[in-house]
Design a protein around this ligand. Structure first.
Ligand code: DGJ
Length: 727
């Protein structure tokens, strides 16, 4: 970055101009010190002073200036808006205190500096002084003595703007009822909203919804981000393609209740934003206290969806995931969940490990059922002591035997929970979230631990630590399998409905302590699959089990949606048995392998002892192939090439374009099926690429412009993987 300025302030005209590689973001301090938003979009060199706001007398638009009927907060593009003073749209912040409702926010001062501050108690992006510059802009309400500090960290090269807000009281206590990480007013409304919806076993369906008059909102009030929604929203041109079109995106770095919205105004503007959900939320600030919002990551491109995906993947890998494993090649694992469920013995585990090792796998992950007396999902959460009846050698002995077979050893936990049938519950019923006098709402007969209590968090830290120190464990799967209900008055207190956010602060302290204490452990997050697959978790854990749906065909849309924004290396994907345990479908091993390899945290989850020699041979072959291509898949560039209801083609190209992996899937055979021609992307046009499977060599420009005709095979669930190596 050198001396180049990415944040400038034109004192005379009150203009702030923030520039990334592709975008410009402009704000202006008006004569009455109101901060307005002027522009976010394709990078411009200057924002001219002749580009003026048009003030009009709009009926019923109230003005804060006596005698001036053309100045109204209800129609101005506000940078951070408050309710109560005449802006009737969804405000960024809503407060209540002894003065009444709302804030009259005026610019007071600002500070520009190199680098990026951390957010207290919250996960957030990071970068060096050369990579990121920060603007702290202070707004102040004289009457209530409340300061709102807006933080803008500009990652110039990475093309991302990180935003958050801090509310600080003066002498007067105040209650925050909403405090979003950002809102943005845009002078158009012809957008299509892109988001990732879904349900258990069908997470992250890429959903496109044209914005019409009114409001679009997604969010969660479960206490976790949830299977159904993802803390991500994008506003795109209607005509966007993979290679062209404007798209604005916002991620929220948070794992709890969130909301994202876009609403149009009758004047054809759009206000959109993201932040902590204001349902079931309030936060009491006493005098001289501060509330910090989670961070939102904003980006813009006019180069279409592929550019958006590449920006997101690169940013998360370089500036959000703090794990030392982020750029390391991930081990090929075997997980025993679908192989045994709760029904295993040490002997069975070692039998599986033996076969896994023979096929070339590198890590054995022991899933649920190793502790307490957990033989089904109704007991023992919280009792993190090994079950010696199942595992007579204990974790240490088992890990040693598995290591002796040449595999690393990983372990499943669900530390945020407490089973009603557990020693922990019998000792500390008050640690569970439950309401005196009311039957619990049941979910796997377990309750959620009250992580707003420091001692409960300490228990989680200590109990997990002692297990991790007891054996050679180098991988942890961190699961979370129910949401929060039956909130007692002490937590759901209407005046201080702070519990959900306090839970997240407790969880983040736990995760921070454990991931810092055990840097050699690769952590995977999970919540019944992708029920909490968000950037808050990703900050600590570089990969997530994408879904409990392991069916190759079901996985196509799940992995497509996940890969839209999350790095391929973060996507846990396993080959499982047929008939598939979730949907009963029988797909060929080759297709199960090809689809699972489209996720970068690749592994197997089936009973190897039940397979015949040919299947074991097939798996060994897949593993040998994957070892040759995994770096390209996990760390390269990902391209969506073509998609129909029946087909999908994607590819991965490594950094120097010397290797590419192409995958094509056709779901159902069809009579008189059209031939499908797919053009590749990201190759060196002048280089020659050899494809061993086709035993042919092609020029890069031929593959990218002419393309390849897909094989015409009359079988359901057909797929093919081609590897191209530069000659
Ligand atoms: C839900 C996870 O998604 C599964 O993979 C498995 O770990 C089970 N929990 C175990 O209870």
């Amino acid at each position: 970055m050198g001396e180049k300025k990415v944040i400038t302030f034109d004192t005379e005209n009150g203009l702030f101009h923030l520039q990334t590689r592709e975008s410009s973001y402009v704000m202006q301090v008006l004569n009455n010190q109101q901060l307005v938003h002027r522009y976010f979009g394709k990078k411009i060199s200057h924002f001219s002073t002749s580009n003026k706001i048009t003030y009009l007398d709009r009926a019923f638009a109230p003005s804060p200036i006596s005698g001036n009927r053309t100045f109204s907060l209800d129609v101005l593009p506000l940078e951070y808006s408050s309710n109560g003073l005449g802006d009737f749209r969804t405000a960024s912040v809503e407060l209540r205190n002894s003065f009444g409702v709302g804030l009259d926010l005026k610019y007071r001062t600002h500070r520009i500096y190199k680098g990026k501050p951390t957010l207290e108690g919250l996960p957030s992006s990071f970068g060096t002084d050369d990579e990121v510059e920060t603007l702290e802009l202070e707004l102040y309400d004289q009457l209530t003595e409340i300061t709102v500090t807006l933080l803008y960290s500009v990652f110039e090269e990475a093309n991302v703007l990180a935003r958050s807000a801090k509310i600080t009281t003066g002498a007067h206590p105040t209650k925050i009822e909403r405090c979003l990480s950002f809102t943005l007013d845009m002078p158009r409304k012809d957008f299509v909203v892109h988001s990732l919806m879904g349900r258990y076993g069908y997470e992250k369906e890429w959903t496109r919804t044209p914005l019409t008059s009114g409001r679009y909102e997604i969010g969660s009030v479960r206490g976790g981000s949830g299977h159904s929604q993802t803390p991500f929203i994008a506003l795109a041109d209607e005509s966007i393609t993979e290679d062209s079109g404007e798209i604005y995106t916002a991620h929220l770095v948070y794992s709890g209740n969130f909301k994202a919205f876009a609403e149009t105004s009758p004047l054809h503007h759009t206000r959109w934003g993201i932040g902590v959900n204001d349902t079931a939320f309030s936060w009491q600030l006493d005098a001289y206290q501060t509330f910090q919002t989670p961070e939102a990551l904003l980006s813009y491109t006019d180069q279409g969806l592929t550019a958006m995906t590449h920006t997101s993947h690169a940013f998360l890998k370089h500036h959000l995931i703090k794990s030392p494993f982020v750029d390391k090649v991930r081990p090929i694992l075997i997980n025993n969940w679908e192989a045994t469920y709760f029904d295993f013995t040490e002997e069975k585990i070692l039998e599986l490990a033996q076969l896994a090792s023979q096929t070339g796998m590198e890590l054995f992950v022991l899933d649920d059922g190793w502790f307490g007396h957990r033989d089904d999902d109704e007991s023992s959460l919280g009792d993190w002591f090994v079950n010696r009846q199942k595992l007579p050698s204990g974790l240490k002995g088992l890990a040693q035997s598995i290591n002796d077979l040449g595999l690393e050893f990983g372990l499943w936990f669900e530390p945020e929970m407490i089973s009603m049938d557990s020693e922990l519950y019998r000792e500390h019923p008050d640690w569970a979230i439950q309401m005196a006098g009311r039957e619990p709402i049941y979910s796997r007969e377990q309750l959620v631990l009250d992580l707003s209590q420091e001692q409960v968090c300490d228990y989680v830290i200590d109990s997990v630590t002692s297990v991790l120190e007891s054996a050679n464990i180098t991988y942890v799967k961190w699961d979370m399998n129910r949401n929060i209900t039956n909130m007692p008055e002490r937590l759901a207190n209407g005046e201080r409905y702070e519990f959900h956010h306090r839970y997240m602060l407790g969880l983040y302290r736990i995760l921070d302590t454990l991931t810092t204490r055990f840097p050699h452990i690769l952590f995977e997050s999970c919540s019944g699959g992708g029920g909490r697959n968000d950037l808050g978790m990703m900050y600590y854990m570089p990969q997530a089990w994408a879904s409990d749906n392991t069916d190759a065909i079901g996985r196509l849309s799940i992995q497509e949606g996940t890969a839209l924004i999350y790095p391929i290396s973060s996507i846990g994907a396993h080959v499982s048995a047929i008939p598939n345990h979730q949907v009963g479908r029988e797909t060929p091993l080759e297709t199960r392998g090809n689809v699972a390899m489209m996720g970068g945290a690749f592994g197997y989850e089936l009973d190897l002892t039940r397979l015949d020699a040919e299947e074991i041979q097939g798996i060994s072959h897949q593993i040998a192939t994957y070892k040759d291509i995994r770096k390209t898949i996990q760390t390269g560039h990902f391209y969506r090439l073509s998609k129909t209801d029946n087909t999908q083609a994607v590819m991965f190209v490594n950094e120097d374009s010397s290797q590419a992996v192409f995958t094509f899937i056709k779901i159902l055979a069809q009579p008189e099926a059209p031939l499908i021609q797919v053009r590749l992307k990201g190759l060196d046009p002048d280089a020659q690429y050899h494809c061993p499977r086709l035993d042919e060599t092609f020029y890069g420009d031929e593959l990218m412009n002419v393309g390849l005709t897909m094989p015409h095979v009359q079988k359901d669930y057909f797929s093919v993987q081609y590897i191209f190596n530069k000659q």
